[in-house]
Design a protein around this ligand. Structure first.
Ligand SMILES: Nc1ncnc2c1ncn2[C@@H]1O[C@H](COP(=O)(O)OP(=O)(O)OP(=O)(O)O)[C@@H](O)[C@H]1O
Length: 852
């Protein structure tokens, strides 16, 4: 592009735009942010705003569109939601002092992962990164810019990298410029579409932030991330907390598919939180607690003593109803400390935010006291360790007025008595105003005009107003006329103007001074950010623990115990979410026992009887126990699982275009590759997606493989009734079934799990329940009889073949003829007739073949 054909300002625009080719450049012009060229074409469509043109050159109009500065946030949010980036370009010098074009610079990049103003309080908003080390090893990290927390790890495979980034629901991923397109494609398949590449040359290394990390490798991912955030945010991010190192293997691992199957954080029909385990368990009071709870649900523990510690605290909170209720009340007044700290660092904290911070801090001593009322050393220790930041609360209490507004523009938020100088200005202004009020009274009585009033506006300042009707009573030269309105005149006096100057000066100075004081207070708070964050973490944990206690009591959950012999013994267990949706009394509880000698259960039973629900219930109870929550059962003794794998239901992977069956096989492969004898595997009707024998053979082979080589605790549901025979061959495999009863030709689901195999398939009855057309149901019944007959015939044919070899003469023509003659045709139903005919036809075919 030839720059010289453009005006100097457009040249400036193009220079800046070249720095951010992949972002919309919001170019500040007066009260608007303008976009030009392709940005304008695209933004006008995405934002549904009018596209205009600006005369660059006569033939060459420049496409342009803009959004008002004061409402820009909503437009930016819309673009970010769509996965775009926005670069904010502001005037960086006062136009009054500018020589030529006003200087402009990009002051901030807003990207899906760094947008912090519009985030949902109850969720984290993570920006992720990954740097390949060697082979399939990656240094990974993630950071929530709104709360300042970050984590880093080294993972040993690409699978784990993808798993972690899906788990945290990364809004954006930062990768080195050298990353392969293939990997980028894999992120896209998992719904992470916002991907930014960064040159790695000059890495940002803030040693204080990284000081908890061991070794250089783990620093690579987080460094890339910090480099990117500093670069895009263009400001000091003082609220960033020290990055914590974590090991994926320190938590119960549940791959993203399994997580979806189990509906831990969202239900898999609508993707909403409702209907998920988080939805059920989240009785937290604070937003930080809610985020913490979600992360506990996503990462259950595997260290038994950590799990037991949580369970112990939950137990104490559960057993102390009144203390817990008061605690919940106190927590109501605790605002989002983490996000408040974030706003302090970003410089976007308002006076009202500081009041919220103060009120939150003031609750802490009471929270500590309340915790200590419960006789539990763990809770008492936690209470003792909490730093209520009293100094900070006192400072804020002394400085900021409780009724503070949300902006600092007009002052009026610093408390009286905090600054002598400020008080003097305020006095001057108050005295002036008092003088004016007195003047009003005085002038009313002198002139005898009762409606005389003194008003104020920005243009004329203070004035005396007299309605036209009263003008006759006014001495002509008493005041100076200033303004004439339709039915009143406005006047001033020199004295009034003198006072006005005093008042306005005092007000201007006091607003300025208030703003200065605010900066000082804010800087002070900034210094204390780490303390606020520590407190936030402690309070959010208490909030999660009380939430677990609250739900456990309400829903009659029990404290699980962990088995030394790795046995699983759940008595009268329930599926927590279905039970809640259904109503406690309707749900049929079921027990489950598994141990080394009984490590695999093959579940049969009609469709809709509750096989999947039973399997999910076992997994959910285990997950809940390992996150430190009580469980829906009368008694639960559990092993500590290292991983949980589920293959449940038809999860078409439409995004990557794989068929249901392929997805099924990939998930099975994943489980077979990674499961250990400490894992839990749930396989729901594996092999269903292919032809009967094909599917059945695969199912059997998978069962044998798990039984002989993996030895993980496994629940396997199937429609292949033939598989129930396997229990005689595989010694750790046992049959169980979900019982159903038939009543008047209809199936009644009992939802009760029993030992042994199911005896009948009730598929057609279920179809009948679903009210398929009656003629179709009749036809299905006919076909069933036919197929059963065919199978029988097949079996007798096999027997016949055997027979044929030994006694060649057994099937001869006369025998078949005799069979035909003996048929009692009039007594037969059409179905029976057809079956008989079918058998005879087969025999005839055989005879003909033999006679050749
Ligand atoms: N223990 C139970 N108590 C009460 N209702 C239950 C129970 N278990 C399952 N149900 C109900 O039965 C419905 C079907 O359960 P589920 O999907 O587990 O059956 P399934 O045997 O796996 O079916 P399919 O073979 O068709 O996949 C559930 O939606 C639930 O409403």
């Amino acid at each position: 592009m030839v720059l010289t054909k453009y005006t100097p300002m457009m040249q400036q625009y193009l220079r800046i735009k070249a720095e951010v080719p992949d972002a919309f450049l919001f170019f500040r012009l007066g009260d608007f942010y303008e976009m030009f060229f392709d940005d304008a074409l695209k933004a006008s469509k995405e934002l549904e705003i009018t596209l205009t043109a600006r005369g660059g050159n006569k033939e060459d109009k420049i496409p342009m569109c803009g959004v008002p500065y004061h409402s820009a946030a909503a437009y930016i949010e819309k673009l970010i939601d769509k996965g775009y980036k926005v670069a904010l370009c502001e005037q960086t010098e006062d136009p009054k002092h500018a020589k030529g074009v006003v200087k402009r610079e990009i002051v901030q990049m807003i990207t899906p992962g760094t947008a912090v103003t519009t985030v949902n309080d109850r969720e984290n908003h993570f920006l992720g990164s990954a740097v390949q080390l060697n082979g399939e090893r990656y240094s990974i990290a993630y950071l929530d810019l709104s709360t300042g927390e970050s984590k880093a790890s080294v993972v040993e495979s690409e699978d784990l990298l993808l798993q972690e980034m899906s788990l945290i629901k990364a809004k954006e991923i930062i990768l080195p410029a050298s990353v392969s397109e293939k990997l980028i494609g894999k992120f896209r398949d998992r719904g992470i579409t916002s991907i930014s590449k960064v040159e790695q040359e000059e890495l940002f290394f803030d040693e204080t932030l990284l000081s908890l990390l061991e070794g250089e490798e783990v620093k690579r991912g987080i460094s890339l991330l910090l480099h990117y955030t500093t670069d895009t945010q263009k400001r000091a991010l003082d609220h960033l907390q020290q990055t914590e190192q974590y090991e994926v293997s320190a938590y119960l691992q549940i791959d993203p598919n399994s997580k979806r199957n189990l509906e831990l954080t969202e239900n898999n029909r609508s993707g909403a939180k409702k209907g998920s385990l988080v939805w059920l368990l989240d009785e937290t009071v604070t937003a930080m607690g809610s985020r913490q709870l979600k992360s506990w649900v996503e990462r259950p523990l595997i260290n038994q003593s950590d799990i037991k510690e949580r369970l112990g605290l939950v137990e104490s909170l559960k057993n102390h109803f009144f203390e817990r209720e008061s605690l919940r009340e106190l927590l109501q007044n605790v605002y989002d400390l983490e996000r408040l700290a974030g706003r302090v660092a970003f410089g976007s904290i308002s006076p009202r935010d500081l009041v919220q911070l103060k009120k939150s801090l003031q609750q802490v001593p009471f929270i500590k006291e309340q915790l200590k009322e419960i006789p539990d050393n763990g809770l008492i220790k936690r209470a003792d360790e909490m730093d209520a930041c009293i100094d900070l609360a006192d400072l804020l209490d002394a400085a900021i007025d409780d009724q503070a507004p949300i902006t600092i523009k007009d002052g009026n938020f610093i408390k009286d008595g905090y600054s002598e100088e400020l008080d003097q200005y305020k006095d001057a202004s108050r005295n002036g105003k008092k003088w004016i009020a007195e003047l009003e009274q005085k002038e009313r009585s002198i002139t005898g005009i009762k409606s005389l009033k003194i008003g104020y506006n920005r243009i004329f300042g203070y004035y005396i107003e007299i309605t036209k009707a009263n003008l006759t009573s006014l001495n002509d030269d008493r005041y100076e006329r200033r303004q004439t309105l339709a039915n009143a005149e406005r006047y001033i006096t020199p004295e009034l103007k003198e006072k006005e100057t005093l008042i306005l000066e005092a007000e201007e100075k006091s607003v300025e001074l208030e703003q200065q004081i605010f900066q000082v207070v804010r800087e002070h708070v900034k210094q204390e950010i780490p303390r606020i964050q520590q407190l936030a973490k402690e309070i959010s944990e208490i909030d999660v623990l009380q939430s677990f206690a609250f739900v456990s009591e309400k829903r009659h959950y029990v404290k699980p115990v962990f088995s030394k012999t790795k046995q699983l013994d759940i008595q009268e267990g329930r599926h927590p979410v279905i039970e809640k949706v259904m109503n406690m009394n309707e749900y049929v509880p079921n027990s489950c026992k598994m141990d080394k000698e009984r490590s695999m259960l093959l579940i049969t039973g009609p469709n809709m009887s509750g096989k999947s629900t039973f399997m999910r219930q076992i997994a959910l109870i285990s997950v809940m126990a390992q996150m430190g929550c009580f469980v829906p059962a009368d008694y639960a003794e559990l092993p500590v699982f290292d991983r949980i794998f589920t293959r449940i239901g038809a999860a078409d992977d439409l995004v990557s275009g794989q068929s249901t069956f392929m997805v099924e096989m990939l998930e099975a492969k994943h489980a077979l590759e990674h499961a250990t004898d400490n894992s839990l595997i749930l396989f729901d009707e594996i092999g269903r997606g292919t032809s009967t024998y094909d599917g059945m053979s695969l199912a059997q082979a998978i069962i044998e493989y798990v039984h002989d080589s993996i030895k993980a605790k496994t629940l396997f549901s199937t429609h292949y009734h033939e598989l129930v025979e396997l229990s005689s061959k595989l010694k750790r495999l046992k049959n169980i079934h979900v019982a159903a009863a038939e009543q008047d030709g209809k199936v009644v689901f009992l939802h009760k799990v029993k030992e042994g195999p199911a005896d009948k398939s009730y598929g057609i009855h279920v179809a009948e329940l679903a009210e398929l057309p009656p003629s179709l149901i009749n036809r299905a019944n006919e076909l069933l009889t036919l197929f059963e007959a065919e199978k029988e015939a097949g079996e007798s044919r096999e027997q016949m073949t055997l027979f044929d070899i030994t006694e060649k003469t057994a099937v001869d023509e006369s025998a078949v003829l005799k069979e035909i003659q003996e048929l009692n045709v009039l007594e037969m139903t059409p179905m029976e007739a057809m079956n008989e005919l079918y058998k005879l036809q087969k025999k005839a075919g055989k005879l003909l073949a033999e006679s050749k």
